[in-house]
Design a protein around this ligand. Structure first.
Ligand code: AMP
Length: 223
């Protein structure tokens, strides 16, 4: 099982890059935020509970999040591996993921940290558009070919409810510190690769693919 973890602040481009890596590596893209939004659309208890936190930019509690990801990772299409996007977001989640994988004789391959400064994050998030399948666009710098429609699946595009300026600020202020801890967690284990997320989208993808290849060529004991 090959598990890649995408790390980065909200708006760093994790989703865009995870979609691309998923196509190139032939592994499913599993985004915790998408799972919560889907649960909300389905009107499940999980969705309604997660919403209380998402609406104010807070993190959904670890136990709920870990359970949700655990269920997704036991589905058949995840048997070969996944690209995780938005999970883990706390140290506790990172430890739970390691335990989950260790029980299956697997481990995190590379933790890919997409680094973007705060000014750029605010600019990107406030103009972000996405479709229901989670494909994202940026109004000014990466617009869809046809206004209002996803290039990939033709679904209508919308602004996420938590992409208003106030919630964006709350998300950044509440989520950056735990994310930094997760970055340190993987750095300490020698599995972290950091790429400049402010470069052009295609260049960021190239850097990520190179990081994965470099990491794969280092013996596990020294990685
Ligand atoms: P995202 O689409 O990754 O920006 O996630 C949207 C929202 O879902 C976040 O602002 C959090 O409220 C919640 N969320 C997503 N992933 C996690 C996670 N790993 N831990 C806790 N909350 C999460």
């Amino acid at each position: 099982m090959k598990v890649y973890v995408m790390l980065g602040a909200p708006g760093a481009g994790k989703g865009t890059q995870a979609t691309e890596l998923s196509a190139r590596l032939g592994l499913p893209h599993v985004a915790s935020g998408d799972l919560f939004r889907q649960a909300l659309r389905d009107g499940t208890r999980l969705g309604l509970e997660a919403r209380q936190y998402m609406d104010r930019g807070a993190l959904v509690p670890d136990d709920l999040t870990i359970r949700t990801i655990g269920e997704r990772l036991t589905q058949a299409d995840a048997a070969r591996g996944v690209i995780l996007d938005g999970f883990p977001r706390t140290r506790h989640q990172a430890e739970a993921l390691d335990d989950f994988l260790a029980r299956r004789g697997a481990e995190v391959g590379t933790a890919l940290y997409v680094l973007v400064g705060e000014t750029e994050l605010l600019r990107r998030l406030s103009g972000r558009l996405q479709c229901e399948a989670g494909h994202t666009y940026q109004e000014t710098s990466r617009p869809p070919q046809q206004p209002g429609l996803c290039d990939i699946d033709g679904l209508p595009l919308f602004h996420r409810q938590d992409d208003d300026v106030e919630t964006i600020r709350a998300r950044l202020s509440q989520q950056l510190a735990p994310m930094t801890e997760v970055v340190s967690y993987y750095r300490d284990r020698g599995t972290l690769a950091t790429v400049n997320g402010e470069a052009e989208t295609a260049l960021v993808t190239d850097s990520l693919m190179r990081a994965i290849a470099d990491h794969a060529s280092v013996p596990a004991s020294t990685a």
